[in-house]
Design a protein around this ligand. Structure first.
Ligand SMILES: [Zn+2]
Length: 430
């Protein structure tokens, strides 16, 4: 009698794992690991790259001193000669470990076309696996779990951010912002408001290039400076996710993001083209987007949805606002994409934008030695305040302690299996 539970337990565990897989078949898809197996550990070198120094008083977000600490505006690229030595050392270490594939760079041959690789190089080969050509690298995220809809907005803070902020506030809805580093520097007020609302901040590079056209050092600069401004402006949070501009990554770029900075690459599985609403002539229309949205939202729930949307303009935000009631009516589990994919941890060292920051000052991964300064878990003040400006903090309860039920959490995906396991074992045992 006692041996039965031992036999049945592995079966149930397997079922639980299978239930947790949500990648779907795709011609170039390589089966990837579960989110829980992705590289995420406090000993990752990124924790020493962006360690917060308690002896330094950081310049207030939005101040001149704060803004002066970063590279110039696009189209100037961050100067690779000014990359912090620690980032370069981490890159060289990863190269020495053979963790960064030595593959050719792509080139932009037309203004708005896809970048191309040298003649004879197949972008869909396992060595290159370019997401621009729809090749899926194991560990990259394209789909949401069945029934879930992960919300995210790219390119902010930008012209549509104000309208988006008001809508999110009204609906008590959190999202993930894939931010352009130079836009954070140029629009600190919108940045602060979005962060203070409990939204998750993720990386969308400093100047928004096709990343597969960039050298290893340029990739490090684009990601590193954006992580640095987010880290310095969120009381020390280290982002966990990045989305490549134009969805353009490959084995080399994805490896640098992961090996040097601990970042997971996120793409999407539906594209609104909302960025082109304000082009002249417009590349799409609100009606077209509404129609696509309706089709996706009323369609199959497997896989779940990751829809590419932008906070570039009031028009692009308006298409999201029109679709939002349909998302709710169709009973999607709607949540911030970083919360969804990160299984309730949006940052490498914090659960979300309002929870305490952990492991801030703990480990020098290379030497394994403790930091010289006394280590303490930084229980950070939650809300930021721009320099010399009235607080943008609202007196409302923190969004994370709001009425949004945790039942939307992907942890519950495993819940029924776990409960069933316990119930079956209990019955068998008796
Ligand atoms: Zn973008």
């Amino acid at each position: 009698m006692h041996i039965l539970p031992l036999l049945i337990l592995p079966l149930l565990s397997t079922a639980s794992v299978l239930q947790h897989r949500y990648d779907h078949d795709h011609s170039h898809n390589v089966k990837r690991n579960l989110p829980s197996t992705w590289y995420h550990h406090p000993s990752h070198p990124v924790h020493s790259l962006f360690r917060r120094d308690e002896n330094i008083t950081y310049a207030p977000v939005g101040s001149t001193e704060w803004a002066a600490g970063y590279p110039p505006d696009p189209p100037a690229l961050p100067d690779v000669k000014t990359i912090p030595a620690e980032w370069l050392a981490a890159l060289n270490d990863a190269i020495a470990r053979k963790a960064i594939p030595d593959i050719p760079l792509s080139k932009n041959t037309t203004d708005d076309g896809n970048p191309v690789y040298p003649t004879g190089v197949d972008p869909n080969s396992p060595e290159i696996c370019s997401s621009t050509y729809q090749c899926r690298i194991p560990g990259d995220v394209w789909d949401a779990p069945a029934g879930f809809l992960g919300l995210s907005f790219d390119d902010g803070p930008e012209a549509g951010s104000g309208k988006l902020i008001e809508f999110l506030k009204t609906n008590n809805q959190q999202v993930t912002h894939f931010m352009i580093g130079s836009n954070i520097r140029d629009n600190p007020d919108a940045f602060i408001q979005e962060f203070n609302l409990g939204n998750d901040i993720a990386v969308h590079t400093w100047t928004h290039p096709h990343m597969t056209t960039q050298s290893n050092e340029q990739v490090v600069a684009e990601l590193g400076w954006t992580m640095q401004i987010i880290h310095n402006s969120t009381n020390g949070r280290v982002p966990k996710f990045w989305r490549p501009p134009y969805g353009d990554s490959d084995k080399r770029v994805t490896a640098i993001a992961k090996e040097v900075f601990g970042l997971t690459t996120i793409i999407w599985n539906q594209d609104t083209d909302d960025w082109s609403l304000t082009d002249s002539p417009p590349g799409t229309t609100a009606a077209k987007i509404n129609s696509s949205m309706h089709q996706w939202l009323t369609g199959p729930k497997t896989p779940g949805l990751i829809i590419l949307e932008h906070e570039l303009s009031n028009q692009s935000v308006a298409t999201f606002m029109s679709a939002y009631p349909v998302m709710q009516q169709q009973n999607w589990n709607i949540m911030s994409l970083a919360q969804l994919i990160g299984q309730n941890a949006s940052y490498q060292n914090a659960d979300n934008s309002t929870s305490p920051v952990n492991d801030v000052n703990i480990i020098n991964a290379k030497s394994g030695s403790p930091p010289s300064a006394p280590s303490s878990t930084s229980s950070t003040p939650t809300n930021l305040q721009a320099s010399g400006q009235p607080s943008v903090v609202s007196s409302n309860p923190s969004p994370t302690s709001s009425t949004k039920p945790n039942s939307a959490s992907p942890r519950w995906v495993m819940g029924p299996t776990a409960i069933l396991s316990v119930a079956v074992i209990f019955m068998l045992w008796r």
